[in-house]
Write a protein that binds this ligand. Structure first.
Ligand SMILES: Cc1cc2nc3c(=O)[nH]c(=O)nc-3n(C[C@H](O)[C@H](O)[C@H](O)COP(=O)(O)OP(=O)(O)OC[C@H]3O[C@@H](n4cnc5c(N)ncnc54)[C@H](O)[C@@H]3O)c2cc1C
Length: 374
């Protein structure tokens, strides 16, 4: 005898994506007493926020996604962290930086002010923020490993086709909030009826911030660079890492350096994971000495291969920080049944953690005051 497939009860609002923007939206809905569900494709919360523990010390976590908050011009993210009781600490910048150029026999030592004097890091790693938000949600509202594949408009709401470990499910709601990169949303999700006019093309043209990038973190027993009067900060035109910074926890070790690769996604793929890591470590050893060539652990995160962040279109990064925001597109479609959050939809701070919070707040305002929907 076959068992009937359970149909999830309809809710007022479904949030797609449990990154920072989706979780902030969900938190606001919970506070407003709205009945909601969060559907997240990955088996974890956080999206581009990802902190991983050292094998030798589970308390020490390292940021493979965002690492920095700038309190002086990111008031929303800073206030949220304070409200959740999550401390910040200063990015380690004491000491000299290094600069290396092609054809230069040795790196230049740069004594002077670091551009990261104002940068702050989140104690315990940036995942502490999304974990705290997820913990606050009412029971059974967060559904991991739920991938939304199709959204259909009905006269009174929407129906979502969702892939789950238990098989396909259909969810129904009055509104759906897409809290994921717009390019990913229109590539991975089918809309019925199709989005009006050239909206789909315009959403697909919005680059997903940092989706083209890869980060290497090398862990060490000792912060030997500090002992040599170095901050760990490097700007390199030689590569493969173009920028390197101290990524050590607030207190104690393992101590760490992290770097962004300058190689394009296709070149990284061609090299393969092990060679990519080795080339990064060889560069760190070239800069900081043989000790640096023998890390106790390496972590590599290539966001361009992460299917829940990047599409093939994201392999080439934008040349600068794009002018984000949905001013022309509008934050809602289908008469307010389909809404957008996600950092790329934020006009003032799009791309950043601040933008993810900003977008969630604007979307919540629209849900609370539907007369503002155009
Ligand atoms: C390497 C790197 C470094 C960065 N550094 C900084 C920094 O120092 N400071 C800063 O402010 N910002 C930084 N950022 C940007 C910051 O991470 C983002 O602004 C922020 O995390 C975006 O949050 P979001 O919720 O809008 O999107 P995301 O985090 O992308 O969340 C979207 C969520 O939707 C889910 N999803 C996708 N498709 C589906 C589907 N079909 N169904 C259900 N769920 C789906 C995803 O799994 C994900 O959880 C960095 C990003 C990266 C990658």
């Amino acid at each position: 005898m076959s068992h009937p497939v359970p149909i999830p009860p309809p809710v007022d609002c479904i949030v797609v994506g449990a990154g920072l923007s989706g979780l902030c939206t969900a938190r606001g809905l919970a506070r407003a007493g709205v009945d909601f569900a969060v559907l997240e494709a990955r088996g974890r919360v956080g999206g581009r926020i990802l902190s991983r523990a050292a094998r030798s010390n589970p308390q020490a976590r390292y940021d493979l996604g965002p690492a920095w908050v700038w309190p002086s011009f990111q008031p929303l993210a800073t206030a949220l962290l304070a409200e959740l009781g999550i401390p910040l600490f200063a990015q380690a910048t004491a000491g000299a930086g290094l600069y290396e150029d092609d054809g230069q026999p040795a790196p230049l030592r740069i004594d002077g002010q670091s551009p990261h004097g104002e940068s702050r890091r989140i104690a315990g790693g940036a995942s502490t923020l999304v974990e705290a938000l997820a913990t606050e949600l009412p029971p059974k509202t967060l559904h991991l490993e739920h991938t939304v594949t199709h959204i259909e408009a009905h006269p009174k709401g929407v129906a979502l086709d969702v892939r789950t470990p238990e098989g396909p499910r259909t969810w129904q709601a009055r509104h759906v909030v897409l809290a994921l990169p717009p390019r990913l949303a229109v590539t991975e999700i089918a809309f019925d009826p199709p989005l009006a006019g050239d909206i789909r093309t315009r959403l697909a043209a919005i680059p997903t911030w940092m989706a083209a990038h890869a980060k290497l973190i090398a862990l060490y027993e000792q912060p030997f660079w500090r002992n040599h009067g170095l901050s760990g900060e490097v700007f390199s035109r030689r590569g493969p890492l173009t920028e390197i910074y101290d990524a050590s926890p607030a207190d104690g070790g393992p101590y760490a350096l992290f770097g962004f690769y300058g190689l394009p996604a296709a070149a990284r793929r061609a090299l393969g994971r092990d060679t990519l890591i080795q080339r990064g470590i060889d560069q760190i050893a070239r800069l900081f000495g043989t000790q640096a060539g023998d890390p106790i652990e390496c972590m590599l995160q290539d966001w361009s291969t992460s299917l829940r962040t990047a599409t093939r279109m994201d392999e080439i990064p934008p040349s600068g920080h794009p002018q984000y925001g949905f001013n022309d597109i509008g934050r809602s479609q289908w008469d307010g049944r389909l809404l957008f959050a996600g950092t790329e939809s934020a006009a003032r701070n799009g791309g950043y953690l601040e933008g993810a919070v900003e977008a969630a707040m604007e979307t919540l305002e629209l849900i609370a005051k539907p007369d503002r929907i155009r």
